[in-house]
Design a protein around this ligand. Structure first.
Ligand code: NAP
Length: 280
């Protein structure tokens, strides 16, 4: 058996086109501000692609670049300015931040109504309560991929591998809210392979290159590989050994080209959602 590949590039392109239609129907231009502190090359690449995608969808992108030695007070003042700016609907502060700045203080300073990353405790609480709010982009992208691929979620025995605040925890909450039966595994889990084998739906977000082997995957399971790991030769691999898993799974997301493209598409979706909620 060979698994169907779930093409994230195709789904993300369709979602971006849908967002562009939503934006074109609005009587205003939604605004997304991305704040980049320092000159980390990977962060700079992410920020450029977020800006390009925003503009292509008809969203006004504004990138604010601050030097690496920016103080926490100066960054908080920038965030306060964006909170008060009526043209800005979404604020994203690119993480990680330099060590002199407390990440959580910055996250908590963002107006929850403009928190398009969905990291503010108010939005985290809403998600865990199953109430509407802004949801972190990567797990939201996974939900959109599952819907596109027609994967049944209600009642599905699901393993979320990883419990970070950015991916694993919100992923588990979204799947629980969608009526999956969710187990969360992490570095202290005993017999991870056996936990994985029980899952009908496996979402891997550990950041360990090809850790999930083919014989960890149940026959006909759906495997969503969130991991992005760069090998010494520069190539990207996921958290799952894709070729091996393909022989067991019914469907799997490739890396690259699976979950990755969905993250930016969902950032745009969150920006439009925030704009409509704020501006009516
Ligand atoms: P993270 O904050 O480092 O969290 C990793 C999680 O995996 C932790 O909960 C950790 O457990 C668990 N873990 C680590 N090693 C393990 C092991 N050997 N066995 C079992 N569990 C283990 O990472 P993250 O931010 O969630 O990201 C995870 C992966 O997704 C990374 O490859 C990242 O690059 C990728 N990612 C992709 C996107 C995208 O757009 N596609 C977005 C965000 C992240 P403990 O909690 O016990 O330490």
């Amino acid at each position: 058996m060979s698994a169907t590949l779930i093409d994230g590039k195709q789904v993300a392109a369709a979602l971006r086109a849908e967002i562009a239609v939503r934006v074109a129907a609005l009587p205003y231009t939604p605004g997304l501000a991305v704040v980049l502190v320092g000159d980390d090359p990977a962060s700079a690449v992410y920020v450029r692609s977020k800006d390009r995608a925003a503009v292509a969808a008809g969203i006004a992108g504004r990138t604010i670049r601050l030097p690496a030695d920016t103080t926490e007070a100066a960054l908080l003042a920038t965030v306060a300015g964006l909170n008060a700016d009526p043209d800005i609907d979404g604020i994203l502060v690119q993480l990680p931040l330099p060590p002199q700045i407390r990440q959580q203080a910055v996250i908590e300073a963002i107006d929850p109504a403009k928190d398009v990353d969905g990291f503010h405790p108010m939005n985290v609480g809403r998600l865990h309560d199953g109430r509407p709010g802004l949801v972190p982009c990567t797990p939201l992208g996974v939900m959109r991929l599952l819907a596109f691929a027609g994967v049944p979620i209600r009642g599905a025995r699901t393993l979320v591998l990883g419990r970070s605040a950015i991916v694993g925890k919100p992923m588990a909450a979204l799947l629980t809210n969608a009526d999956a039966t969710v187990t969360v595994a992490h570095s202290r889990t005993r017999d991870l392979a056996a936990e994985c084998r029980r899952a009908e739906l496996l979402v891997a977000a550990v950041g360990r290159a090809e850790m999930v082997r083919g014989d960890w995957v149940a026959n006909d399971a759906v495997v969503i590989d969130v991991g992005i790991n760069r090998r010494a030769d520069g190539t990207l691999v996921g958290d799952c050994a894709t070729a091996e898993c393909t022989t067991h799974a019914a469907a799997i997301t490739p890396v690259p080209g699976g979950v990755g493209p969905m993250t930016i598409a969902c950032l745009l979706e969150n920006t439009v959602t925030a704009a409509q909620a704020r501006r009516g």
